[in-house]
Design a protein around this ligand. Structure first.
Ligand code: ADP
Ligand code: MG
Length: 255
C-alpha cells in the first residue's frame, strides 16, 4: 500500500470495477482447439506463433506454447502489436494478422466456419488479408474470484462492474458465474478509461479499480484507488497502482 491516504480512500469505496483477464481469471491461457480453414494446421499454427513471438500478452504466449517449438524469428519482419486487437507481421513475404474480430475487420478478412464455443476466447488468423482460421483459447477463473465478489457484497459494496477487452460472450459468461451484474466488453484501453470517467462523474462514491495492468495501466492510475495484481501483472501496473497484491489473490481486496 503506497500511502495511508489510499487506505483512507478504500474505507469510502462504494464501487469496484474489475478487469477480467489476469485479474478475475488466471490469465494462463491454453490453446484448446486449432481450426485451420485454408492452410495445413502445422503451417497455420507456425505462422500464428511467429507473429506472436515477441508479444508478452498471455494469449500470445499460449499460442507460442501450442506451436511447441522455438519460433525462428529470422523469418519475421515488420512486427507490430496493436493494443486491444492483436498482432501483425510479415512472415516469409506473407502478411499475417492474429487477433480478435476487430483486427479481422481492419484487415478486411471475413470470418467464416465454426469458431468454437462462444464463452471461450477465440483468436482469428488472416494471411494476406484472407481469413485462414481460428484458435480457441481457454482461461479459468481464479479459485477465489467468486468468494471475493460475494465477500465484497457482504461488506456493502454492491456496485461491481466488469470491464474487458475480450468478446461479449466470454465476458458475460464470467460475469454470470461470479455474480457481477454490470459488464462492458470489447473495450480498447482508451475505451476503458472513457467508461471509468463516466462512472467517476456519475456518483460521488469512491471508485476502486482492480487490474493486472496489461492494457489497463491508464485506468489503474485514473481510479480513486488502483489495485494491481503484482505477481502476474506488468511493471506498468505496479508503477501505476496505489495498492499491489503480491500474490494476485482477489480475496485480499475485501480483506
Ligand atoms: P482484458 O481486458 O480482458 O484484460 P486485453 O485488453 O489484454 O484483455 O485484450 C483484449 C483482446 O485483444 C483480447 O481478448 C484479444 O482478443 C485481443 N488481443 C490483445 N493482444 C493480443 C495478442 N497479442 N494476440 C492476439 N490477440 C490479442
Ligand atoms: Mg487484463
Amino acid at each position: 500500500i503506497k500511502g495511508s491516504n489510499y487506505l483512507e480512500t478504500l474505507s469510502k469505496v462504494g464501487r469496484i470495477v474489475f478487469d477480467k483477464t489476469g485479474t478475475l481469471t488466471k490469465g494462463s491461457f491454453e490453446v484448446t482447439e486449432i481450426r485451420a480453414e485454408e492452410i495445413a494446421e502445422e503451417e497455420f499454427i507456425k505462422l500464428a506463433a511467429l507473429a506472436e513471438s515477441s508479444s508478452t500478452h498471455p494469449i500470445a504466449r499460449s499460442i507460442v506454447k501450442a506451436y511447441g517449438k522455438e519460433p525462428d524469428i529470422s523469418q519475421v519482419e515488420n512486427l507490430t502489436e496493436i493494443s486491444g486487437h492483436g498482432v501483425k507481421a510479415v512472415i516469409s513475404g506473407r502478411e499475417v494478422a492474429v487477433g480478435n474480430d476487430k483486427l479481422m475487420e481492419n484487415e478486411g478478412a471475413e470470418i467464416s466456419g465454426d469458431c468454437g464455443n462462444a464463452t471461450e476466447t477465440v483468436i482469428y488468423v488472416a494471411v494476406d488479408k484472407k481469413y485462414a482460421g481460428s484458435i480457441v483459447i481457454s482461461d479459468r477463473l481464479k479459485d477465489n474470484s467468486k468468494a471475493a465478489i460475494s465477500a465484497l457484497k457482504d461488506i456493502g459494496i454492491s456496485d461491481i462492474t466488469l470491464l474487458t477487452g475480450d468478446g461479449e460472450a466470454a465476458a458475460k459468461a464470467v460475469a454470470e458465474e461470479l455474480g457481477i451484474d454490470s459488464v462492458y466488453a470489447r473495450l480498447l484501453p482508451g475505451d476503458k478509461v472513457d467508461k471509468l470517467e463516466e462512472m467517476l462523474n456519475n456518483d460521488n462514491k469512491k471508485l476502486a479499480f482492480a487490474g493486472d495492468g496489461i492494457n489497463d495501466a491508464p485506468v489503474l492510475s485514473r481510479a480513486d484507488v488502483g489495485i494491481a495484481m503484482g505477481a502476474l501483472g506488468s511493471d506498468a501496473a505496479i508503477e501505476a497502482a496505489d495498492i499491489v497484491l503480491m500474490d494476485d489473490d482477489p480475496l485480499k481486496i475485501p480483506k
